[in-house]
Design a protein around this ligand. Structure first.
Ligand SMILES: Cc1ncc(COP(=O)(O)O)c(C=O)c1O
Length: 472
């Protein structure tokens, strides 16, 4: 493709992108494609002759678009959002154009220094103490992995990296029963082993029961296990429960255990002064993550990872083959030493663009509005005796179910599962589910970039009507 052809197609593509944004509501939210439908429409062999970009776009429209679930649709209420926004997309276009590998400071000084500055901005915006240093990781899963491996190395005197697990005792990691599955995956990858992940029971509000945590640590110590790390969550995936950092931190401090905090989605609410209570006990935190790629209007992937002792992180991950030696080493941040991959995308650019384009006031306003939508939804649900809210509404998520009188618990579970599938198959909205105390619960997250109160109200009317139609 020549530069002139590129220019022509790029202009057309920008039209396509803007029109997609304007018309996203016209698509079914959840793709209605049957398994295999996309695969079977694609040729078995790649073309040997060059093909035009126009043909590529034709297939993109006809084959690919029907298989896309529209996460930017204001009817997207499932999982946690994976928001984007125009300033984020524009910056991603630049990142793709530059194609810079940002592994070392020298491989793009601006990328390293902008990343350093963005982490300073974010640290201030969410109210973490100044001694934290930050780095952008791809996913929450990878950032938690980096945290647990660092905790593992610190507790073993950096011996496991050197010698493997051989002589060291059995390490233990603790999290609540409601913690995201990425922690279990990470514990497997670290070599600590799934059996050494201790899942602590939760209280009525689904937050970690700290007495049970301390009991577990004490009991493990008696059995000569080595408590290594506690993972606390701000905003669990099932119900957005908030683990109490202060009391967890006190236990960690007493027993010299690393405290990692996963605030994947809910961390964005920390930009609001009225949600700073979630960080009460922050003085005990060793590492912390949140995902601007979930709720802060910044394209996937962008995980802000903060660490109190950056030296421990670097000592854990650094490796210095001849071809990576640079003259600036030690004077600058070489972020390849701050996590798992060597190669790194220029992710700071989209954060810079988003934060400048919104400004912190507008970011706060938008996040506040999403939280208000969830409160309003909760109120509307409480007005209907045939519906039930199943968990505290803390931020932007409402867990609820349809509960017509006369149905058994088992029937209610089947009925709500059917309701979920019927709603999602309609293409009008997309919800996901969880199990709350044995009850099948619909999860509705009001954090999509484009969602308004009107979308939430319309969705609620549709949910009520669909639920009732299932009983008739
Ligand atoms: C609390 C929590 N932690 C971790 C993750 C994993 O996020 P990622 O896809 O960035 O690895 C999620 C995903 O929803 C989550 O809700």
């Amino acid at each position: 493709m020549t530069p002139d052809e590129f220019r022509k197609h790029a202009h057309e593509l920008v039209e396509w992108m803007a029109s997609y944004m304007e018309n996203v509501e016209k698509f079914p939210v959840k793709s209605l494609a049957a398994p295999g439908k996309i695969f079977n429409q694609l040729p078995d062999q790649p073309p040997s002759e060059p093909q035009s970009f126009s043909l590529f776009m034709k297939d993109m429209e006809e084959i690919i678009m029907p298989g896309i679930t529209h996460w930017q649709h204001p009817g997207f209420f499932a999982y946690f959002p994976s928001n984007t926004s125009p300033p984020s997309i524009l910056a991603e276009m630049i990142t793709a154009t530059l194609g810079a590998q940002c592994m070392n400071w020298e491989t793009s000084p601006a990328a390293a220094e902008l990343e350093e500055k963005m982490m300073v901005w974010l640290r201030g915006m969410i109210g973490l103490p100044d001694y934290f240093e930050g780095v952008i990781q791809d996913s929450a899963s990878a950032a938690t992995l980096a945290a647990i491996i660092t905790a593992r190395e610190k507790v073993s005197g950096y011996l496991i990296n050197e010698e493997g697990f051989g002589s060291s005792g059995r390490l233990r990691v603790y999290c609540s029963e409601q913690t995201h599955s990425s922690v279990e995956k990470d514990v497997k990858i670290t070599g600590i082993g799934k059996k050494n992940l201790v899942k602590i029971p939760v209280k009525d509000d689904f937050s970690m029961d700290v007495h049970k945590l301390e009991e577990a640590i004490l009991s493990d110590k008696k059995k000569n296990f080595i408590p290594c790390c506690v993972v606390a969550t701000i905003g669990t995936t099932g119900t957005t429960a908030i683990d109490p950092l202060k009391t967890i931190g006190e236990v960690c401090h007493k027993h010299s255990v690393w405290l990692h905090v996963d605030a994947a989605m809910a961390g964005t609410a920390l930009i609001l002064p009225e949600f700073q209570w979630m960080l009460d006990g922050k003085e005990y935190i060793d590492s912390f993550l949140f995902n601007p790629h979930k709720w802060m209007f910044t394209n996937f992937d962008c995980t802000a990872f903060f660490i109190r002792d950056a030296e421990a992180l670097i000592k854990t991950f650094e490796i210095l083959p001849e071809y990576l030696k640079t003259r600036t080493r030690g004077r600058v941040n070489d972020y390849r030493d701050w996590g798992i991959p060597l190669g790194r995308r220029f992710r700071a650019l989209k954060l810079w663009s988003v934060i400048r384009s919104f400004g912190t006031d507008e970011l706060q306003k938008k996040i506040r509005s999403h939280i208000a939508f969830a409160s309003k939804l909760k109120e509307m649900i409480l007005e209907e005796p045939e519906f039930e809210v199943l968990a505290p509404v803390v931020i932007n998520l409402v867990c609820f179910r349809y509960r017509p009188s006369g149905a058994s618990e088992e029937e209610l579970n089947v009925l709500n599962e059917t309701l979920n599938h019927t709603l999602n198959d309609s293409g009008r909205l997309y919800l996901s589910h969880t199990i709350v105390s044995g009850k099948y619960s619909l999860r509705m997250v009001t954090g999509q970039t484009n969602v308004t109160l009107e979308h939430v109200e319309k969705a609620w009317d549709y949910i009520k009507a669909t639920a009732r139609s299932l009983r008739n």
